[in-house]
Write a protein that binds this ligand. Structure first.
Ligand code: GUN
Ligand code: FE
Length: 445
């Protein structure tokens, strides 16, 4: 198998570094989609390859970009996307989230339908890797994993663990039963999707501190550590949730997770809005990543995540949609919201004269978070075009002979892909500009 792709490549190899590589040749020739060749088309190695093989040519007006990573999405809540966001978090969970999950666990056909559509929508939106919260029931999560695998997505699938405080009917029997169920799911997943090139993996998923007893958290932490499994949860998300944990446990969320060994280099914690500098330092020291979900934070959190501070402290950060606490499946929306929120923080900072350093991020930094930042947070070998990394990419089309594509207008057809043009797409582009997608080198749209 040999695949050569020739054209313009755009990526962000570092937080504030945008590279536009014009007329490059990229080559893949193993089943894992590893990039084996990446160099200007006129380099001697490229010329030698082009003498022997025919490349796929990416036309002018198009560029290749890494796929997006969505670090936090509730698959069953896709059913209720865009409903009920007038409520505070703890009430919304009771009235919408738990019900969506219970419905899915009671109806395998519905789960199949919702998860198949979810996978399709993710690809339409350029998401190539996604970390998912599922439901309590094993079979439903196996359906979710299969739908993602059939679509060719990289998917990290979490069976929910919760043994307290949910609605009485939607809960696991005991900490012990919950731990056994988490182990059984992880085992079945590893048997079904044993190794590369499969891209689907289980995730240990204590929902959040309020729905998990200490015994459950301890058991999950021990199991995840023993087996080197991924972990995900919600940390310091909303005011009502943070104060409930303090009242009931006498310590804050991060301390509860730390005591149960749930902050690890394989952990992704959603939100983290209420963490102060020292707590962000704990995330950095343990290698824990943050899924920054700016839209959902605007509804549920009352406070924005300290994104600039986290980045300056080298905390691993990527973006999450938090569907359906966030109503958009699009990581492009999440990028724009991350920038908008950071600019509001900066504005408030200037008004209060509280610090000289800017709290804003710009669009290039947001693009990094959506691609390489997300991939690094997930520990996957994609997010940037480099020899040895996997080719997870999307083809973005800005114009053709008839002019701008989708929502984009006023291009000079002879123009080259410049930072201004990529910025315009970043602000205005949508699914109409996405012509193709590859995951692990295989074409998926
Ligand atoms: N915290 C615990 N569960 C959830 C959930 O389903 N959505 C959000 N946004 N926060 C949570
Ligand atoms: Fe969430």
């Amino acid at each position: 198998m040999l695949n050569l792709i020739q054209g313009t490549f755009v990526h962000t190899p570092a937080l504030n570094k945008l590279e536009i590589l014009e007329d490059y040749l990229l080559g893949i020739w193993d089943p894992f989609g590893t990039i084996k060749h990446f160099a200007p088309s006129n380099s001697p190695e490229s010329v030698a390859l082009l003498e022997r093989y025919t490349p796929r040519i990416i036309p002018r007006g198009n560029f290749i970009l890494p796929t997006f990573c969505d670090l936090h999405l509730h698959a069953p809540q896709f059913l209720y996307q865009g409903n009920g966001l007038h409520l505070p978090l703890m009430q919304w969970l009771n009235e919408y989230a738990f019900k969506a999950e219970e419905r899915m666990d009671n109806d395998a056909k519905l789960a199949q339908k919702v998860y198949t559509r979810l996978a399709q929508r993710l690809k339409e939106n350029g998401t190539g890797a996604v970390m998912l919260f599922g439901t309590i029931k094993e079979e439903t999560n196996l359906i979710l994993a299969k739908c993602m695998n059939d679509a060719g997505l990289r998917a990290f699938v979490g069976k929910l663990s919760m043994d307290q405080l949910s609605s009485p009917d939607y809960i696991e029997e005991s900490a012990k039963a919950s731990i056994e169920a988490a182990k059984s799911f992880a085992f079945k997943m590893q048997c079904k999707y044993p190794a590369l090139p499969d891209t689907v993996e289980p995730v240990i998923t204590p929902r959040f501190v309020p729905t998990c007893s200490d015994a459950l958290l301890d058991g999950l932490g021990r199991y995840a550590t023993a087996c080197g499994l991924r972990i995900q949860s919600h940390l310091a998300e909303s005011h009502d949730q943070v104060s409930a944990v303090l009242t009931e446990r006498g310590v804050d969320d991060i301390e509860v997770f730390a005591r149960s060994s749930l902050l690890t280099p394989k952990t992704v914690q959603a939100h983290c809005t209420f963490l102060d500098g020292p707590s962000l330092g704990r995330l950095q020291a343990t290698g824990t990543a943050v899924a920054h979900c700016p839209l959902s934070n605007a509804y549920f959190s009352a406070e924005p995540f300290k994104l600039r501070e986290a980045l300056d402290m080298s905390v691993k950060v990527g973006l999450g949609t938090d569907v359906a606490g966030g109503y958009s499946l699009s990581i492009m929306d999440a990028m724009r919201q991350a920038v908008a929120v950071s600019r509001m923080r900066q504005g408030a900072n200037v008004m209060n004269k509280s610090s000289e350093t800017s709290l804003a991020i710009d669009w290039v930094e947001a693009l990094y978070l959506a691609t390489k930042g997300g991939a690094d947070a997930l520990g996957i070998e994609s997010g940037v075009f480099e020899i040895g990394r996997a080719f997870d990419a999307q083809q973005i089309a800005l114009w053709d002979q008839s002019g701008g594509i989708g929502p984009l207008d006023f291009f000079d057809e002879g123009a080259r892909i410049s930072p201004d043009i990529v910025e315009k797409w970043w602000c205005l582009g949508d699914a109409r500009n996405r012509l193709g997608m590859w995951i692990q080198g295989k074409e998926r749209i």
